[in-house]
Design a protein around this ligand. Structure first.
Ligand code: GRF
Length: 216
């Protein structure tokens, strides 16, 4: 039975598109039962609507307090009863109550090789740090930002003279590879968390330093 997932977005939804494409091509045994955004303007909502996928918009400014927004978002997610919640370009931090409501059932993709460059502006910071490798990380969500057990990482080389835009585009291509692959592994029950670290098929997730950068 395909893994029922709810996807949270805030913008373009290119990772949502990559996941839907992998599902269509039989590369990932999952089903997107709903797409939820904090922004009415998120282009990814059109992608869902065009496919007849349920959508919901939960805007922070519609609530008198952040906690009320968290609670509404939690209720909306729970209403679809997903096995997994997939943050795909979702630009809000989930409240601790929301994370606690779905333990080890929320994943995120971060545009950096965690634990490096947690937070925002990762590509600019990578360039300023003159790192030779950059990339993306799929991880379980825990209350602390960008800190949960790592499921998969994809590395890219940083080229001399790279602009922030060029590096971001290179990383995004890697995101579109590792997110569907992560969902495939999760849908097949091949990911376990032991002592705060992921095992895939019983083996530790390779260290980011050992990854071969994606061809660019
Ligand atoms: C991506 O870089 C993702 O890593 C970050 O948000 C950006 C946009 O994602 N979290 P998408 O194109 O909306 O999927």
């Amino acid at each position: 039975m395909p893994l029922p997932i709810v996807v949270l977005i805030s913008g373009t939804g290119s990772n949502l598109r990559a996941v839907l494409g992998a599902i269509d091509e039989g590369r990932c045994d999952a089903r997107v039962i709903a797409v939820i955004s904090d922004r009415e303007s998120a282009k990814g909502l059109d992608l869902a609507r065009d496919r007849g996928i349920a959508t919901a918009v939960i805007k922070l400014k519609d609530f008198a307090a952040r906690e009320l927004w968290d609670a509404a978002l939690t209720r909306a997610i729970a209403g679809y009863d997903p096995a997994l919640i997939v943050l795909a370009g979702f630009m809000k931090l989930l409240g601790t109550h929301t994370v606690a409501r779905f333990p080890q059932r929320i994943i995120n993709i971060h545009p950096a090789l965690l634990p490096a460059f947690k937070g925002l502006d990762t590509h600019r910071r990578a360039l300023e740090s003159r790192v030779e490798r950059h990339g993306a990380t799929v991880h379980f969500v825990v209350p602390e930002m960008d800190s949960g057990p790592i499921i998969l990482q994809g590395a890219v080389s940083v080229h001399p003279g790279d602009s922030e835009e060029a590096l971001a585009a290179r990383v995004l291509k890697t995101e579109h590879r590792i997110y569907p692959l992560s969902l495939k592994l999760l849908a097949e029950g091949r990911v376990k968390v032991v002592d705060g670290h992921c095992l895939i098929d019983g083996l530790p997730v390779p260290d980011s330093e050992s990854l071969v950068p994606d061809p660019t």
